[in-house]
Design a protein around this ligand. Structure first.
Ligand code: NJP
Length: 241
C-alpha cells in the first residue's frame, strides 16, 4: 500500500496487469515503455478506478532515459520503493538462422535494460537503506529449449543479476526478487519472425497463465513485511509440461 513502483514494459501484458494490481492496492505507479499512447490509455484506466499513475516514455536500451525515469519518479513522488525491470523481447529462432539483429535487441533490452534499471535506482535505495528491485526472468532462465537459446541466455543473466545483487546487498534492507513465469498469454510471441517457431508459440490453446496471475506473484513479493524477502518465484500454468 502506498508504495511507489516504477514498471518498465508497462504498455502491455505483465507490466500493464502489474500496474493495475498495484494501483488497486493503493500504490503510486510510474508507467514506462516506448508507446506513449498505450501508457496514456492505461493511466486513464487506472485513474478511472480511483488509482494513481504517471507516465514516462522510456526506451530501456538507453541508460540516460532510464536514469531520467528514476529522477522523474523521485521528483514526482519523493522516493522509489520498487523498481520492476519487466520490459523484454522474445524473438525466438534457431541459432543457425543467424538473426543477429534479434540477438542484439534481446541483449540490449533483456540484459542491458535490466542492468540500467538496477543502476538507476541503486544509489537512491542505498541512501535510504530501503527498496526492492524485481526483475522478470523466465522459466527459460532456468532451462534452455531449442530456438530459445539466446532468449534463455538473457533470462539466465537477468536471474543471476538478482541473485548476485541480493548477496551483495545482504547487509542492507534492500530486497531483490526474480520472477520466472511459464507461458503467459501476452503480445510477446507476436514479435517472433521465424516461421518455423511462430505458430507453436501463438497457439491460443497451449496451457498458459494470464498476465494477472503474474501480477499477483509480483505483488506477493512486494507486499511482504520489511524482514521478509521473497528472492525467487517460479509461476507456471499447472499443466504446462
Ligand atoms: O510481453 P509484452 P510480456 N524499452 O510483449 C516493452 C517476460 N516473460 O508482458 O516499449 C522499453 O506484452 C514493451 O513496451 P513498448 C518477457 O521476457 C514473458 O509477456 O511500448 N520497453 C511492452 O510493454 C518480458 O521480460 C512470458 O513496446 C520495452 C513489454 O516490453 C516480460 O515477461 C514468459 C522495450 C513487453 O510486453 C514482459 O513481457 C516468461 C524497450 N526497448 C517471461 N522493448 C510470456 N509472455 O509467456 C520492449 O517466462 N518493451
Amino acid at each position: 500500500e502506498g508504495k511507489v513502483i516504477i514498471i518498465t514494459g508497462a504498455s502491455s501484458g505483465i507490466g500493464e496487469a502489474t500496474a493495475k494490481k498495484f494501483a488497486r492496492e493503493g500504490g503510486k505507479v510510474v508507467l514506462a515503455a516506448r508507446r506513449e499512447d498505450r501508457l496514456q490509455t492505461l493511466k486513464e484506466a487506472i485513474e478511472q478506478e480511483g488509482g494513481e499513475a504517471v507516465i514516462k516514455v522510456t526506451d530501456v536500451t538507453s541508460y540516460s532515459e532510464v536514469e531520467e525515469l528514476a529522477e522523474f519518479a523521485i521528483d514526482t513522488y519523493g522516493q522509489i520503493d520498487v523498481m520492476f525491470n519487466n520490459a523484454g523481447l522474445m524473438p525466438l529462432s534457431f541459432m543457425d538462422k543467424l538473426k543477429i539483429d534479434e540477438w542484439d535487441r534481446m541483449v540490449d533490452v533483456n540484459v542491458k535494460g535490466v542492468l540500467y534499471g538496477i543502476a538507476a535506482v541503486l544509489p537512491h535505495m542505498q541512501e535510504r537503506n530501503s527498496g526492492h528491485i524485481i526483475t522478470t526472468s523466465s522459466v527459460a532462465g532456468h532451462n534452455v529449449f531449442p530456438s530459445g537459446t539466446v532468449y534463455s541466455g538473457t533470462k539466465f543473466a537477468a536471474r543471476i543479476f538478482m541473485e548476485g545483487l541480493s548477496k551483495e546487498l545482504a547487509q542492507t534492507n534492500i530486497k531483490t526478487t526474480s520472477i520466472s513465469p511459464g507461458v503467459v498469454q501476452t503480445e510477446l510471441a507476436s514479435f517472433i519472425t521465424d516461421p518455423d517457431i511462430k505458430p507453436r508459440f501463438e497457439d491460443p490453446n497451449i496451457p498458459s497463465l494470464t498476465s494477472e496471475d503474474v501480477a499477483n506473484a509480483v505483488y506477493y513479493a512486494a507486499s511482504q513485511p520489511d524482514g521478509v524477502a521473497v528472492n525467487e518465484i517460479i509461476v507456471r500454468p499447472t499443466n504446462q509440461g
